[in-house]
Write a protein that binds this ligand. Structure first.
Ligand code: ADP
Length: 397
């Protein structure tokens, strides 16, 4: 089956076409600056990357451009659009309604719309992508794969906040967690790498990208994760603050004369390692600057690593142990110094990192020594493949 995987944001649309039999990407790319001017990036597997500037007033034109590129006689990967068998959409927030992926119909769209209160930045944009695909690919079946679904197995003590219970009853204010597709994929791959059933393992997945979260996976199920009602909770991230005392919001609002929305914008977009370093959200820049003696760049990395190590420690407590710790996403897959620093806090678990193995980047590797009491693995995530698999499974059902 050929599956078009779509990850749609408010002004961008990332796509990948995957052949589900070989599990190989046939082509991938993105549309940027939708509604502004428009740029299409298209790359067939093994071919050159093409960049085309073209007007994309709405996401519908963006989807049309992607499809035109896929059937382009010279560089396309299909002869006709009939070769697209299904579309898998990444959907961010499924609330408590969606504990698994689902085929998309009008009722599902409405239910996702109802979750938009919880994810006003993401869900409406995701649905625009769904509508645009429906318009252009009329009869092709579509599936929605939620970032929150994997975490719906969290027990009540993990997902309830210590606030008046009626807020949960009335508004469903609770921890939901995100990056679920990645945490699920990586924890399963880790079990395969260790040649053990997922159901017998206590796994901690550190998804460290621009957005970052840690997840405790016990016997194959998410039992806790660091992001919350929104992706702002938890780790210090590229530009997000992660956990802070809520009183600081009021304090800063008063001192800086900012409204609630402006403060939240600061916490989402101007904080994290970017805000701490005053330099960049990119760990490559921080590494370079720290190497040149920039104390704030070093501090930003140290804060990031310390917070990650604290979450790992808390999930060891939550699971009463840990068998394997996985690193994934942009920072986790590429930055050996960050991995080493985080693991340096975990010696009490009997973790020993193999310094040579820890030089690896972007490939499946065991990073711990054979004597290490806990396995440490580098497992590159592949959310698109996970979405493709879910989509195929739903359609075959
Ligand atoms: P997201 O999907 O959340 O946008 P990614 O998982 O792609 O993020 O991670 C992007 C981040 O990964 C970059 O901001 C950068 O900090 C980090 N990164 C990417 N490549 C490297 C590298 N070679 N060394 C260190 N960090 C890297």
């Amino acid at each position: 089956m050929n599956v078009l995987v779509i990850n749609c944001g408010s002004s961008s649309l990332k796509y990948q076409v995957i052949d589900s039999d070989s599990e190989k990407a046939l082509a991938k790319g993105l549309c940027e600056r939708i509604g502004i001017d428009g740029r299409l990036v298209y790359q067939p597997n093994g071919g050159e990357k093409e960049i085309t500037e073209c007007a994309m007033p709405t996401h519908t034109e963006a989807v049309r451009m992607v499809l035109d590129a896929l059937v382009n006689p010279k560089t396309g990967v299909f002869k006709s659009l009939d070769e697209i068998d299904a579309v898998g959409h990444r959907l961010v927030h499924g609330g408590e309604r969606f504990a698994s992926s689902t085929l998309i119909n009008e009722e599902v769209i409405q239910a996702v719309e109802e979750c938009s209160d919880l994810a006003p930045l993401h869900n409406p944009a995701n649905l625009i992508g769904v509508r645009a695909c429906q318009e252009v690919l009329k009869d092709v079946p579509m599936a929605g794969v939620f970032d929150t679904a994997f975490h719906q197995t969290m027990p009540m003590e993990a997902y309830l906040y210590g606030v008046p219970y009626e807020y949960y009853e009335k508004y469903k204010v609770r921890k939901y967690g995100f990056h679920g597709t990645s945490h699920s994929y990586v924890s399963k791959r880790a079990a395969e790498m260790l040649n053990k059933p997922c159901e017998s393992l206590k796994t901690i997945v550190c998804h460290l990208g621009n957005g970052a979260s840690v997840c405790a996976v016990k016997n194959g199920k998410s039992i806790d994760t660091s992001m919350g009602l929104s992706p702002l909770e938890g780790l210090v991230m590229g530009t997000r603050s992660g956990d802070i005392d809520p009183s600081a919001v009021e304090f800063l609002a008063k001192k800086e004369g900012l409204g609630l929305e402006e403060i939240l914008n600061v916490l989402n977009k101007e904080s994290g390692v970017y805000g701490l370093s005053g330099l960049s959200s990119d760990f490559r820049d921080l590494d370079r600057a720290a190497g040149e003696g920039d104390a704030r760049a070093k501090a930003a990395r140290d804060v990031f690593c310390y917070r990650a190590a604290k979450y790992i420690g808390s999930y060891v407590a939550a699971m009463n142990g840990v068998d394997v710790i996985c690193f994934t996403a942009g920072v986790g897959e590429n930055d050996g110094k960050v991995r080493e620093k985080i693991c340096s806090y975990l010696g009490y678990l009997g973790i020993e990192l193999d310094k040579e193995a820890n030089k690896a980047r972007g490939e499946e590797v065991t990073l711990s020594t054979p004597d290490s009491r806990v396995a440490v693995l580098l497992v590159p995530t592949n959310e698109e493949l996970a979405i493709c698999r879910e989509t195929v499974a739903l359609i075959k059902k």
